[in-house]
Design a protein around this ligand. Structure first.
Ligand SMILES: C[S@@+](CC[C@H](N)C(=O)[O-])C[C@H]1O[C@@H](n2cnc3c(N)ncnc32)[C@H](O)[C@@H]1O
Length: 369
């Protein structure tokens, strides 16, 4: 399961191969895996998300995932939510709102959770980008669901464009784009021939979310993408943050089995191979002029970055026999974040981080960056 956690012993579905094969079908399909894993974590009580069931077909019939997947989904979501929440706080501390761009957003519900939560006023705009087929599917689900569309604002403010390949509301924009082709992102940066203003505004802090997407692209493609945003933000003195969740450290035997399993499903991870360590993940941002960058494995998050009471609550939800196996899997997934800010505000933005909460060390050894 590429999108959440991958198990070497798992039997994989395969996608048809041959001349008719749609080369991106398997990668688009990883979104269903991610959405089903999230639904499962919600059903089992790990996460609270009233919106995910509206983005999954027949949610009541979907069988829950094993505890390892639920825990991994919980850790990934909690760490990302906390970083996003802190970015909203820091923007407010600067007396500003912020712009969030979720790249390869799939069926993610983060916009709805923020917009219906206590920090909604911190949000200037939220843009989601994904391959066209996934966008069309999400736009349809949004139109069909009162729970999703009400959060977007009045019905007359919701516009479907380009035959369902785009949806726009007051603060929310869902766009079709291929992140490997920078020209498909023009709406963010440039005025349109129709006279519409670019979706991004200079000077308003920008947060990029790459939740399990860069790994499907080559390092050159993802470097160009990150650079495009840095080139927009740095000259206009716009604070820029980026958070990445993905597999890494795939050179060991566990990693090789994971790559083989995914390959049987028609999925390759060109973006995982060049990153053997947390340092290498952080370095990808520093090379684009980011001021600071850090990376943690999900195993770090599990032992040090979850509140003790919350860890106790999670441990009571399901029986977990395979703790060592869980740790091994979690060692191959990382959360990386990087920021770039104008010099005058550097002290404020440098506080954007996850902070250790638990002193439960076990035999866990945190590596300093
Ligand atoms: C594993 S899913 C993750 C979805 C969501 N970010 C989450 O974590 O729940 C990967 C998503 O990235 C999208 N994606 C992969 N390559 C892409 C590309 N080149 N351009 C746009 N989207 C892409 C896929 O279509 C899919 O929706």
């Amino acid at each position: 399961m590429a999108s959440s956690l991958s198990f070497p012993q798992r039997t994989s579905r395969s996608i048809a191969v041959g001349p008719q094969r749609d080369k991106d079908a398997a990668v688009r399909q990883t979104d269903s895996d991610a959405a089903l894993a999230r639904l499962s974590a919600v059903k089992r009580g790990y996460l609270h998300d009233p919106f995910i069931a509206h983005l999954v077909p027949r949610p009541e019939f979907q069988t829950p995932r094993p505890p390892l997947i639920n825990i991994g989904t919980y850790l990934r979501s909690s760490a990302l939510d906390e970083l996003v929440d802190r970015w909203l706080d820091l923007s407010l501390q600067q007396g500003k709102q912020c712009q969030i761009i979720s790249l390869g957003a799939g069926s993610d519900t983060r916009f709805w959770r923020i917009a219906s939560g206590p920090k909604s006023s911190a949000l200037a705009s939220y843009v989601e980008l994904d391959l066209e087929e996934n966008v069309v599917k999400k736009a349809k689900a949004i139109r069909k669901s009162i729970e999703l569309s009400t959060v977007l604002g009045d019905a007359e403010q919701i516009q479907i464009r380009r035959g369902g390949c785009e949806l726009h509301a007051r603060k929310y924009h869902l766009l079709s784009a291929d992140l490997r082709k920078l020209n498909t992102l023009n709406q963010l940066f440039e005025s349109q021939q129709t006279g519409e203003a670019p979706l991004l505004s200079p000077g308003i802090p920008v947060l990029l979310i790459f939740e399990c997407v860069l790994v499907y692209m080559t390092p050159d493609e993802s470097n160009r993408l990150i650079e495009r945003f840095a080139d927009y933000c740095q000259p206009t003195l716009t604070p820029l943050g980026a958070v990445v969740y993905e597999m890494f450290n795939v050179g060991d035997s566990f990693g090789r089995v994971m790559l083989n399993n995914l390959s049987a499903r028609g999925i390759s991870l060109p973006g995982a191979t060049p990153y053997p360590s947390k340092q290498s993940l952080a370095a990808r941002f520093l090379q684009h002029g980011f001021t600071g960058a850090h990376a943690l494995t999900l195993r770090d998050v599990r032992y040090l970055y979850i509140d003790v009471r919350e860890s106790e609550r999670i441990s009571k939800l399901e029986m977990l026999d395979e703790v060592e196996e869980l740790d091994l899997v979690l060692d191959h997934y990382a959360i990386t974040w990087g920021y770039s800010s104008p010099t005058a505000d550097a002290a404020l933005w440098s506080t954007w981080a996850l902070y250790p909460k638990s002193s439960v060390q076990n035999d866990h050894d945190e590596e300093d960056l």
